[in-house]
Write a protein of this length. Structure first.
Length: 264
């Protein structure tokens, strides 16, 4: 027996409904924020809207006061890989923006993010968003009982690198449910058959970050904001997932039917 293996929560059928509600609420918040994010709007304004949305729906933003973080969402622009903090600078046309939302509803965590264009954007940025979105679904589509976390990572890495993008290895997806972060870690790179074997009842996020340049990342002095070292563009998409009896369920699909507009 491996005493050092982390305990991975296995959820019961009744738990799925709690996660469905939390995931749908987080996705609805993201639908609203995507519509509001335009040139001239500040990310501080988006943060305020997210907080108000949570309050209006008897939910809590999971990031607010989490390990000292002061905001209800993360807003990562251009070469910011993740954990960008909202501020009062107006969004500029031609930028790409990742909005990451996690809401707690009745104790359950719904966690999701999208990268969106701010006005018209360069072709290379649109291409990166395409590839990152597709990479997320390459990972999701291998989820089923008996598959491994390495299968997920390999599917994402193989696709992303075949499209001449690099995979960020400093951050990963994670288990969630009644806690924000639990085992297993979901790496976005790896080898088939390696890692943790998936079982029905596991809940986790898949949230690949892909760069146009090199994969190297550094965290700024604020302790949160992660950026590409070479200042190349970075994109991310994220869903909360369950392993079901014969495959997977996505908890955070857009209730408004939003689809990534650059997906081929």
């Amino acid at each position: 027996m491996n005493r050092h293996r982390p305990i991975i929560p296995i959820h019961k059928p009744a738990d799925y409904e709690g996660m469905r509600k939390a995931g749908q609420l987080a996705a609805a918040a993201l639908d609203m924020l995507v519509e509001e994010a335009k040139p001239g709007i500040t990310t501080a304004h988006l943060d305020k809207l997210a907080f108000e949305f949570a309050m209006d729906n008897n939910a809590l933003p999971a990031t607010l006061h989490y390990r000292g973080y002061k905001y209800s969402i993360c807003t990562s622009i251009n070469h910011v890989v993740c954990h960008g903090m909202p501020n009062n600078k107006p969004l500029k046309k031609g930028s790409i923006l990742n909005i990451d939302v996690t809401l707690i509803l009745d104790g359950w965590h719904g966690d999701t993010s999208r990268t969106i264009p701010i006005g018209d954007i360069p072709t290379k940025a649109a291409r990166l968003m395409d590839i990152t979105y597709n990479a997320l679904f390459k990972g999701i589509e291998v989820v089923r009982p008996g598959a491994t976390t390495g299968d997920i990572g390999h599917a994402i890495q193989a696709y992303g690198e075949s499209e001449r993008c690099s995979i960020v290895t400093d951050f990963c997806g994670h288990g969630l449910g009644r806690q924000f972060h639990t085992p297993p870690n979901i790496l976005h790179y790896g080898k088939p058959g390696e890692g943790v074997t998936l079982e029905e009842g596991m809940f986790f996020t898949i949230e690949p970050m892909l760069n146009l340049g090199r994969p190297n990342v550094k965290v700024l002095a604020d302790g949160w904001t992660a950026v590409t070292k070479d200042k190349s563009l970075s994109a991310q998409f994220e869903h909360s997932i369950a392993v079901t009896k014969d495959g997977y369920e996505i908890f955070t699909l857009s209730p408004g039917g939003w689809q990534h507009q650059f997906r081929k």
